[in-house]
Ligand binder design. Structure first.
Ligand code: ADP
Ligand code: MG
Length: 388
């Protein structure tokens, strides 16, 4: 029997659309709070599969499967943007879906998202929405700089993107991306990247996390630290921006706002994610309440936990490249670094650029936490330790 009140208490079942590492870690937090969980994912051995009560193997576009998941759930959430709106709406007939299809519709399409941000007067870099090689060529000339060209749908971790050094490459880039719609963005002079996570519950309560500082390598997040060691005025401005976006878009659940701090000090919004975010994995170590716990608390309409930092913490991602080099990484050596913890996602197949897990560490300062995770990763990359 589904609960009739708006508050979904422990003991209830949370359905998650998507069963990747974000779904897995959300399910682990849900379990810890006494909830049951089930996921829908096309991969029968997806990371969440090993920690949930049930796993539905179907495409995220399969509206009937989404309805089946929702029928047995008290609330449904998402861990990935690539869920079809039909699936979201089919699920909503059987259980509250948080965040809802209207929010996802804006965010899952890069062009719609950028237009929404600029229409609502949030600061974004110069961009053009393009629908052909010719339009891309024109956009590159108008932007008059190197451009990042991003497929409007389906890209992640830098995939579905091309960097255009000159308008003469427009045709080649267009063919390479093979998308119907792309966003061409002026390449920005970035000093560093930060993100701000906001949790928001149906009763309107919000918890705004302190900014994370994020370092990317080849357009994939490499390491991240909370709190970002940045000037208080910038921290304040970034938090205010993220909070306003979460309220204006009316999200229930989590919203991660990726931002660029430019060399001239300007703060711009890069992109939004309506779900747990890689740059807040360190919240499990740094904050009084992790992003995963607050995801559960928000979608269940429980009071949100405080996001305050108790101790600085950092993470470094472990990509499949490590396993391709060392099939049995020497975790025994890495774990001897003080403050270190290991998080693996149970992914069966290592691939270059695929996120397989991460290392986290606390430290007396953000710098120390970053040094610790980097040191541990270096140990793994050197391949020391017990070998078989
Ligand atoms: P994804 O969805 O793959 O995370 P992003 O739009 O966040 O896509 O781009 C990935 C990374 O590429 C960013 O974090 C940033 O390092 C770099 N990047 C993206 N857009 C720009 C830009 N306009 N100028 C400079 N660097 C960019
Ligand atoms: Mg990004």
């Amino acid at each position: 029997m589904k609960q009739q009140t708006n508050i979904i208490l422990p003991g209830a079942t949370i359905g998650i659309l998507g069963g990747g590492q974000l779904g897995r870690m959300t399910a682990m937090a849900a379990r810890s709070l006494g909830y049951r969980s089930q996921v829908l994912d096309p991969d029968p051995s997806c990371p969440a599969r090993w920690v949930v009560d049930a796993c539905f193997s179907a495409s995220l576009d399969d509206a009937r499967a989404a309805a089946d998941l929702a029928r047995g759930s008290d609330v449904v959430t998402i861990e990935i943007e690539k869920v079809s709106l039909d699936s979201m709406r089919a699920a909503a007939k059987h259980a509250p879906v948080r965040p809802d299809a209207d929010v996802l519709e804006i965010i899952q399409h890069r062009a719609t998202q950028k237009d929404w941000l600029s229409k609502h007067n949030f600061p974004v870099g110069d961009y053009r929405v393009v629908k052909s090689a010719m339009e891309l060529d024109r956009a590159a000339r108008e932007l008059n700089a190197e451009c990042y060209v991003k497929a409007a749908q389906g890209g992640y971790d830098g995939r579905g993107q091309a960097v255009l050094h000159s308008p003469t490459d427009a045709h080649k880039a267009w063919l390479y991306l093979g998308a119907e719609v792309c966003v061409a963005e002026k390449a920005l002079d970035i000093e560093y990247e930060i993100s701000v996570l906001v949790a928001r519950s149906p009763s309107g309560q919000t918890a705004v996390y302190p900014p994370a500082l994020n370092h990317h390598t080849n357009r994939i997040l490499d390491w991240s630290v909370i709190p970002a060691p940045i000037p208080p005025a910038l921290e304040h401005e970034a938090s205010r921006l993220a909070d306003s976006i979460a309220r204006d878009i009316n999200i229930i659940g989590l919203l991660a706002v990726e931002m660029f701090v430019l060399k001239d000090g300007k703060l711009l919004v890069n992109e939004l994610a309506p779900r747990p975010h890689n740059s807040y994995h360190a919240s499990e170590r740094a904050c009084a309440t992790s992003q995963f716990e607050n995801c559960v608390r928000a979608v269940c309409n429980l009071p949100l936990g405080t996001p305050e930092v108790l101790k600085p913490a950092a993470i470094v991602n472990l990509l499949g490249d490590l396993w391709l080099k060392h099939p049995h990484p020497s975790f025994n050596e890495a774990l001897s670094v003080p403050g270190l913890r290991l998080h693996l996602y149970d992914k069966q197949q290592p691939k270059a650029g695929r996120k397989m897990g991460h290392l986290s560490a606390v430290g007396a300062t953000p710098q120390e936490a970053v040094e610790r995770v980097k040191q541990a990763k270096e140990i793994l990359e050197r391949g020391l330790g017990i070998r078989d």
